[in-house]
Design a protein around this ligand. Structure first.
Ligand code: EPZ
Length: 420
């Protein structure tokens, strides 16, 4: 297994290019199941989760070509609708094939994703909505068995909780349903918006894009004609590199980002005392004279994203005072706390609230990644800790960050990928 070795204390400088958003590319790749033509996608991040989903489509019978952040996907030869446990257990976002497969073929068997480090993460809302659309659903031997004798029927759906992949699954199912589906309490993350925009351009009548109420007029199993499209920039990767500049008190610029997707994140940087220069698709962060403590409550978009919580916790270790972070989306998304404490962090946990008493003197340590975003927080702490840090189990990082160590090294960090 690989690990990252970081010599802390280096100032960073220069620019870093942001990759396409993993969490936009995943539903978009799943949506190609709804297409009658070969789909050309550009600006796809070269990360493990993308390769896993493309591999799953291939196992179902689809063909694809994937190179240099571009993919051509042809799903006309899909012969199977079973998403097997071996794949789904490595990436829960595989559940995104459920809606499109069921809508197109009238049946689908997907392994239950199982829990994950950050929480139980059930899919009850996905299944409840699909059964309202006429699907018969059975849970057997760890699989969700679904079938719909006729086309799924358009219906009125109210989500009890806002769910990103739940909204995406139902939007894709509704695209091929017979009749109109309205989704109330829909997620409106930029990644959900891009999926709706791409489906709309491919022939699906969708209203309310970007709001919490979507109206989708289904094509009654008439397959769609996708136009070529490019994946939106990754707002979480962008926020992570701004944290790298902030935590090392450096001036760096991130390029190929979309500041319009990052309001809640950028506001927190300014509240902590960092100046930002924003121009089109570039953001420059400048060192803070004094780093102020911060209060963060994670919530659905456009609120502060849970996927940036761990990174800001690492940054708050440098703040001059007590920061409070409340995690409201997942029940166990503080796995990075005990690892950050190995650097010397002073953090107290009470339920889903973390109190961080900064500034903390941080010393390099051996630490272990536990989930994708937690691992990036450990790298951030290693960039500023005195001495050598080794971040183990970085397969978590490789799921969602393209060339992380190369991008950080280009900014001047002392970071190497080594073998255990
Ligand atoms: C998406 O996960 C993202 N993944 C996550 O990013 C992100 O953290 C999360 O949204 C929240 O923004 C992808 O887009 C591939 P949810 P998702 O359904 O869709 C509960 C990363 O780092 N819930 O919006 O699985 C659930 O338990 C990943 O890239 C139900 O109770 O999240 C959670 O508490 C990590 N029943 C809350 O809703 C359901 O049927 C939000 O979950 C579905 C969800």
């Amino acid at each position: 297994m690989d690990y990252l070795q970081i010599e802390g204390g280096k100032k960073l400088s220069g620019t870093v290019e942001i990759s396409g958003a993993k969490n936009a590319a995943l539903p978009l790749i799943a949506s190609t199941i709804l297409s009658k033509n070969v789909v050309n996608i550009s600006n796809i991040p070269n990360v493990k989760d993308i390769r896993t989903l493309l591999n799953l489509l291939n196992i179902l019978g689809a063909n694809f070509w994937y190179e240099k952040n571009r993919a051509k996907i042809d799903t006309s030869f899909i012969t199977s609708t079973t998403a097997v446990y071996d794949i789904v257990r490595t990436m829960r976002a595989s559940i995104l094939v459920l809606g499109p497969l069921l809508a197109r073929f009238g049946h689908c068997e997907v392994s239950l994703p199982g829990g994950c480090a950050i929480g139980q993460r059930p899919i009850d809302l996905h299944l409840k909505a699909l059964s309202l659309m006429g699907a018969e659903i059975e849970i057997k031997n760890g699989y969700v068995l679904t079938k719909a004798k006729k086309a799924l029927k358009g219906t009125h759906i109210i989500f009890d909780k806002i769910t990103v992949t739940g909204t995406e699954n139902i939007v894709m199912a509704a695209a091929l349903a017979k009749g109109t589906t309205t989704i109330v309490n829909a997620a409106k993350e930029p990644e959900v918006i891009q999926l709706c925009e791409v489906l709309k351009k491919s022939g699906v009548d969708i209203e309310g894009i970007g709001t919490d109420e979507l109206k989708i007029v289904g094509t009654d199993r008439e397959l769609l004609n996708f136009e070529d499209f490019s994946v939106i920039p990754d707002r979480i990767e962008a926020g992570t590199y701004l944290c790298a500049g902030a935590i090392t008190n450096s001036k760096i610029t991130i390029k190929k980002c979309d500041p319009n997707h990052m309001d809640a994140i950028l506001t927190k940087f300014t509240q902590m005392g960092f100046d930002l220069k924003i121009k089109d698709n570039e953001i420059t962060i400048l060192p803070a004279k004094k780093i102020y403590p911060i209060e963060i409550i994670t919530s659905e978009y456009p609120g502060f994203p849970t996927d940036m919580q761990a990174q800001f916790m690492a940054l708050s270790l440098k703040a001059d005072g007590t920061s409070i972070i409340e995690e409201r989306l997942f029940e166990n998304r503080f796995m990075h706390v005990s690892e950050l404490m190995r650097f010397g962090a002073n953090i107290h946990l009470k339920g889903n609230i973390a109190t961080i008493n900064g500034p903390c003197k941080l010393y390099g340590a051996d630490v272990m990644a536990t989930d994708l975003r937690a691992s990036s927080a450990l790298v951030l702490a290693g960039l500023t800790a005195k001495g050598t840090t080794k971040v183990h189990r970085i397969y978590h990082l490789d799921r969602g960050y393209e060339n992380l160590e190369k991008k950080l090294k280009n900014l001047g960090a002392s970071i190497e990928r080594l073998k255990e």
